[in-house]
Design a protein around this ligand. Structure first.
Ligand code: NAD
Length: 684
């Protein structure tokens, strides 16, 4: 322990300190510290380290290092404010005859604050995410020849592991689940059986009830609730409360004030850690396209950490930058997850690390191996037998299958199409994504990307419509493929006649939608209403609500839309034009469909396959007021296809148009208005 001679809150490096600067009642603190010391001295010998002026947090000796047998690993504090403490603790360890070891890595490690020995299990629980770096974990395992279990701290109030977890005698573990991320909780639950886990609630956690000094059956702490007292007593512990609120002002209590000097090395020694690392390179407009920031976020948000080992800064706007990044993650699975997301951003594995992709057989029909790589919309290559092969049928949320046979090939497959034994790409090795990591020319991007709503937007909508019209004309001239996805709102808003004329004039090569767009289009063609509303007068007509049912009934009697056209029953509208022009359409069923029309595919797997077939080879896709069908189409469309998404709801537009600014455009506007402007621009 270290006497609180110079203790006080003099800076803010954790949320507890905020608002408490210069608020410690010194006399009270001394009294509380003496109280703790006296309690401890009844049970153990207490050694003291000399307090140093200007180091108010030195009282929290748990952070000075970690001792196992005669080995002391000295800390390396994250914050400058505490860094000077290191030399004092180091000197003390040396004088006391410990073998002082330095970790092989030069990153923060805050001693027993973040590394707690579980004697029963012979392992070290080590925290990261706040103070101690994940890179320390393998180094600790190595230095102390011990198994390390990595836990990620997720609540900044619980910035050290010892504020939210404490292994106790008999294999018990007191912990505050909400301080950890989900993966860490799973780890704890896998290692500690339910009857040994003592999960505590908010009130106990914020009273530092996890911050326990455990000596045999004694648990010494600041304060516990009656329930926790009872639970600990039942588990055979003698609870000793000793008030330490003056120290809580700095974010510490009993355990923080004490460093254990008598930790024995576990009998089942042997260094072990699940921490893994990988190297990637990013090249492109890393700074002004924000790529480096995105890459770093991917690593940290997914429970890893990173180190930029090399950085070449492109000095001019047009020049490219390059960064080599070392990514460290708490497990192989999490590393793969991070690296695959970095690959989707356009990162590449460092050449020296390039390996063939790992393949595992599908265990049964329709099921991928556990660690499957999930495909993205970006063109991907897989390294097989030392060669990079381009993936066929690229789409999102599929898996990659290496085809058997002499000349290997890779295709994107859906789970349901997997056959037992198919060789599926797993992990993140031997994969690369071809993405241009360049920022598009400034005017190009902004004019053709997201168009917000609001008073001044009319002119801007006009501009974007002009661009879309220009693009559509170009595709028509080049005999390209334009696919339209639409919802019933196209008809309700009076856009039907414009869409019909796009079809008639060769601007649509495939039409996708649900039951509703066809029902309302046909209702309008047969009865002049859409959902019972007269679109010319804009008013509901008598008994109009049954009009759409009557339309469905008519088409059912004919046997389908094509038959209705052939029988002369359906003589105008979007679907009439499709039949006349031989434009294929697919209608995907849904739970809310009335009828349905004979053409609506109620077998959803078949409907997805129909959509996929029609989307294949598309050059441009117009998404018009249907969230459901547009998102479905977005997932099956590889990058590089021009998307234009028109919806009144900005959230829908953002979701759909957010696939790399160059290729997608979102327009927040009424779809009827949009179609009318578009047909004007196309001179229809
Ligand atoms: P959806 O919620 O998926 O999409 C509707 C979208 O239109 C929303 O994103 C909304 O913001 C947008 N929108 C609303 N008004 C707009 C406007 N004026 N301009 C531009 N965008 C506008 O719903 P959906 O695609 O209409 O229907 C979902 C499913 O339900 C489909 O499969 C459809 O066929 C089915 N459905 C069936 C019937 C029927 O059979 N009678 C009726 C309605 C829907």
């Amino acid at each position: 322990m270290c006497a609180p001679v110079h203790y006080g809150v003099e800076y803010v490096i954790n949320p507890w300190m905020a608002g408490n600067v210069h608020r410690v009642m010194h006399e009270n603190a001394v009294k509380q510290w003496d109280g703790l010391r006296n309690r401890l001295e009844e049970l153990v010998d207490v050694e003291l380290v000399e307090p140093a002026p200007g180091l108010p947090d030195m009282v929290f000796t748990a952070n000075g290092g970690l001792v196992i047998e005669k080995k002391a690993v000295v800390s390396r504090f994250l914050y400058r404010e505490r860094q000077e403490e290191r030399k004092h603790f180091k000197k003390w360890f040396e004088r006391a005859g410990f073998e002082v070891s330095e970790l092989a890595v030069d990153v923060p490690f805050e001693g027993e604050g973040d590394a707690l020995l579980d004697r029963e299990r012979g392992l070290l629980w080590v925290g990261y995410g706040m103070r101690t770096d994940l890179d320390v974990h393998p180094a600790l395992a190595e230095a102390l020849d011990i198994r390390v279990v990595s836990l990620r701290l997720a609540d900044e109030r619980f910035y050290h592991l010892d504020t939210c977890l404490c292994p106790l005698q008999g294999g018990y573990l007191v912990y505050y689940p909400r301080a950890f991320d989900a993966d860490s909780i799973i780890q704890i639950e896998q290692i500690v059986p339910a009857d040994k886990r003592i999960a505590i609630g908010d009130d106990d956690a914020t009273a530092f009830a996890c911050n326990i000094v455990n000596v045999g059956e004694n648990v010494i702490l600041n304060k516990v609730s009656p329930e926790l007292h009872e639970r600990l007593t039942q588990a055979g512990f003698h609870v000793i409360e000793t008030p330490l609120d003056e120290f809580m002002k700095a974010g510490g209590a009993a355990k923080c004030l004490v460093l254990q000097l008598t930790n024995h090395a576990p009998a089942n020694g042997g260094a072990a850690t699940s921490v893994r690392e990988g190297l990637v390179t990013l090249e492109g407009h890393l700074l002004h396209a924000g790529l480096l920031e995105k890459a770093v976020d991917v690593a940290v948000e997914n429970g890893g950490t990173f180190q930029v080992t090399h950085f070449d800064l492109g000095k001019q706007q047009s020049s490219l930058s390059r960064a080599d990044m070392r990514v460290v993650a708490p497990s192989e699975t999490r590393l793969n997850n991070i690296v695959s997301q970095l690959l989707a951003l356009g990162a590449k594995r460092v050449a020296a690390e390039e390996k063939d992709a790992t393949l595992e057989p599908a265990p049964v029909d329709g099921v991928a191996p556990e660690d499957f790589y999930a495909s993205t919309i970006y063109p991907t290559e897989v390294r097989v037998g030392g060669k990079w092969l381009k993936v066929r049928n690229q789409r999102m949320d599929g898996v990659l299958v290496v085809e058997p046979g002499g000349k290997p090939a890779v295709r994107c497959s859906l789970f349901r199409n997997l056959r037992k034994g198919d060789q599926v790409v797993t992990g993140s090795e031997g994969l690369r994504t071809l993405r241009k990591l360049r920022k598009p020319a400034p005017n190009g991007e902004h004019e053709f990307s997201f168009m917000g709503g609001g008073a001044s937007s009319e002119r801007r909508v006009d501009l974007v419509v002009e661009r879309i019209a220009w693009e559509m004309r170009r595709w028509r001239e080049q005999k390209g493929k334009i696919v339209v996805v639409g919802g019933p709102v196209v008809i309700h808003t009076g856009g039907g006649e414009h869409l019909a004329s796009l079809v008639r004039n060769g601007y649509v090569q495939a039409l996708l939608g649900g039951n509703a767009i066809a029902v309302h289009d046909i209702e309008q063609a047969l009865l002049g209403t859409s959902l019972g509303v007269d679109l010319v007068r804009g008013a509901p007509v008598d008994h109009g609500h049954r009009h759409h049912l009557a339309a469905i009934n008519t088409i059912r009697r004919c046997g389908g839309i094509r038959q209705a056209v052939e029988q002369g029953v359906l003589t105008r509208g979007v679907f009439y034009e499709c039949v006349k022009a031989g434009v294929p359409f697919a209608l995907a069923g849904s739970i809310r469909d009335d009828g349905p029309l004979p053409d609506t595919q109620m077998n959803l797997i078949q409907a997805q396959d129909d959509y996929t077939r029609l989307v294949r080879g598309a050059d441009m896709i117009l998404m018009l007021g249907s969230m459901l069908h547009s998102i479905g189409v977005g997932n099956m469309t590889p990058s590089g296809v021009r998307l234009a998404c028109i919806d009144i709801n900005p959230a829908v537009v953002t979701k759909l148009a957010d696939r790399g600014s160059l290729e997608s455009v979102g327009v927040v506007t009424d779809v009827g208005l949009f179609l009318s402007l578009l047909s004007q621009r196309l001179g229809l």
